[in-house]
Design a protein around this ligand. Structure first.
Ligand code: UDP
Ligand code: MG
Length: 234
């Protein structure tokens, strides 16, 4: 039977040489079972390790895999924007290139995309330190209050979108604010969002970047910029 949607699956990767092959193979396996028409994009965000070379090899071995390299590290938001800009299918799904989610759980999101424009997987039991969970909770309160986006887990990296949304909104965030920016701008255009619980796993290799002070400062800087330029009706 012909599957209903075509899909682009992508992951941002910065220094993920120990994770990228496993995650790409998982995506190929899941996409091959669930979709007739799909592509996998690895966004190599200027990695300094072997991520780029491994990604090139995976693309050479498999016609469904493409790689886009940033010449230097541009940040999480920039990596996501590259993924969205290069997606060609009806749906676009991203998760992190570090394997903290099981791509298989996209089956929880898919039935909801008939009814909603964005389906976001909230982390059922987030595998991070207590301090990070507290920070994330406060951040969530702040961005929900500022932009009325009304989601419980803004920054969860397990999201399914109708690709057409990205033809209608212009994104500017280079850093971690990107998820907030997408939700805020999509809501302002009248797109609908729902959430469903997914599992979250500890990082097994490589270093996390999300708790770095430089990442947090950049997110606040971009938050003030977005807030001052943003009108919910625009
Ligand atoms: N990442 C990226 N560019 C960056 C920082 C991170 O593409 O400048 C990728 C990283 O490889 C991972 C994802 O973004 O796949 C999330 O990063 P990380 O796991 O460090 O964040 P956390 O899970 O700690 O929030
Ligand atoms: Mg991670």
């Amino acid at each position: 039977m012909k599957k209903k949607y075509s899909i682009t699956i992508f992951f941002p990767c910065y220094n993920e040489e120990h994770n990228i092959e496993r995650v790409t193979r998982e995506a190929l396996d899941v996409a091959g079972r669930l979709f007739d028409d799909y592509e996998i994009i690895i966004v190599n965000d200027g990695s300094r390790d072997n991520t780029g070379a491994i990604a090139d090899r995976l693309a050479k071995e498999n016609p469904f895999v493409r790689v886009i390299h940033h010449e230097h590290n541009k940040g999480y938001g920039a990596a996501l924007r590259t993924g969205f800009e290069n997606a060609t299918k009806e749906l676009v799904f991203y998760t992190d290139g570090d394997g903290q989610f099981k791509i298989e759980e996209i089956t929880k999101l898919l039935p909801l995309i008939d009814k909603y424009d964005i389906v976001s997987g909230y982390r059922i039991r987030r595998q991070d330190s207590l301090i990070r969970k507290i920070n994330a909770f406060m951040w969530g309160l702040l961005v929900n209050a500022l932009f009325k986006i009304n989601v419980s887990d803004v920054d969860s990296a397990f999201k399914l979108y109708k690709r057409k949304i990205f033809d209608e909104i212009t994104l500017t965030s280079q850093g971690a604010l990107i998820d907030t920016e997408i939700f805020a701008k999509a809501r302002a255009k009248g797109y609908t969002i729902t959430e469903v619980g997914v599992n979250h796993y500890p990082r097994v290799a490589g270093e996390q970047t999300g708790a770095k002070l430089s990442v947090i400062f950049k997110a606040f800087k971009e938050l003030f910029k977005l807030r001052s330029s943003f009108s919910p009706r625009s």
